[in-house]
Ligand binder design. Sequence first.
Ligand SMILES: *Cc1c(COP(=O)(O)O)cnc(C)c1O
Length: 509
Amino acid sequence: MEYISTRGSAPSIASKKAIIKGMAEDKGLYVPSAFPFLGPNPFAGIGEDSYATRAVRILESFLPDYTPAELLKACQTAYAENFDAPAIAPVRFLGDGTAILELWHGPTLAFKDMALQLMPHLLSTALQSETERYEVVILVATSGDTGKAALEGFSGASGVRIFVFYPHEGVSTIQRLQMVTQRGRNVGACAVQGNFDDAQTGVKQIFSDPAINGKLAAFNFRLSSANSINWGRLAPQIAYYFTGYDDMVTAGKIQRGQTILICVPTGNFGNILAAYYARLCGLPLSRLICASNQNRILTDFIRTGVYDRRRDFYKTESPSMDILISSNLERLLFELAERQAAIVSAWMEKLASQGWYDIPSNPLGQLQSFFYGGFAGHQDTLLAIREAFEKQGYLMDPHTAVGYSVLQKYREETGDPTPALLASTASPFKFNRAVLEALGRDPSGKDEFNLLEELAAITRQPIPAKLSELKFLSEVHRGVCTKQKMAEVLDQFLGIKGKGHAHLSTERR
Ligand SMILES: *Cc1c(COP(=O)(O)O)cnc(C)c1O
């Protein structure tokens, strides 16, 4: 299997290359040239039954240029004691027939760990196969969750350094503490005066500046990104839909081969795309429920076929889903267009130039036959948290609650009794303010650690150690810079500030 670009004019490459590159040079996204058939029983005959060995089963067909030993080592390192649940992605069952796939037992308490704990190992391994020797510099602009997950995942990875820019005073206290206390010889972070867009624009300028890239190359550095369009982030996400299904069978909730629904709270369309890919590989899924918050652009797209970003942007209590451009949707469009890259390119160009595009009725009908789009606003989200806690004894975070609310609406609207698996994407403790509000408490004026204690007391659940320890860790990345100084800050981090470069170009790092 090779990787081809959704825009059709970049050559096909092997998976290691696709993971190193992130994005194709024709601005397209890499997708598998074909989907392997894995079916409802991919783990048959597996020896040692751990999450790592099950993940290898799924990943080996998508990453065929990695040796089985490389994959096993990467997965066993990624999915180990750094997760606080031995099952890694355990499934819980609610009384109302909903199965919940908990994807947040990793070190940063959100689902991005499922991919970002593994991807650095995949990248380091891929770099070892390169004939040229250079160090990759992962540059991230974050609104909160991705930054920490990337720092944590790449900390200590060989051949890679990572630097994160986040908006000064634009992330939650917990999110900031998680980033500024990150240890590791190869990690750095800095606040940018401005909002997330400023940080993002600054990072994009660094990526596209030939002078900066030339200087970095002279010192044997190459920039790369760890955002969710990288295949190395998507592939690990396919695995847990198979393990979740398998766990439902093992628990006796479904028969093997029986179809289920999957509901995913969605932002950049990465997590739900992985579920769709699992479906293309033969996992018996009837429909995929795409749940949005008030930023309901995907709901509108699935219902009308019109993708229109010319709309207001809302800040919600599920911030990781506050997105108006869902990058990974391009991969779904590629399948809807029957893999005709020219059609995808035309839609994407129209989106870039005019802010919208629409798809014809034929692919739209197909889209609607296997996707359902719904959204939950502020009140619905808080209500879902409260109901799940009071009626089912299950505490969920606001992102998961958006999914739960939309799943309930879907069931009411359609009467569809198919068993459902809901992707739970963050620990409720990570978003304690909104959760406490939903439970009828007044969180105003209290600090984060008081809120954690209050939530622990109400729910009689322990505060996750990764959060309580933040109080005692020292802040090692205290820098704040202006947007104009970002490149300089990066140079400083890499130890090349003020240095010329020509005479150093052969130096090995
Ligand atoms: C990133 C994130 C999402 C959205 O996932 P996508 O793959 O971007 O759709 C949902 N919930 C949480 C907690 C997240 O961090």
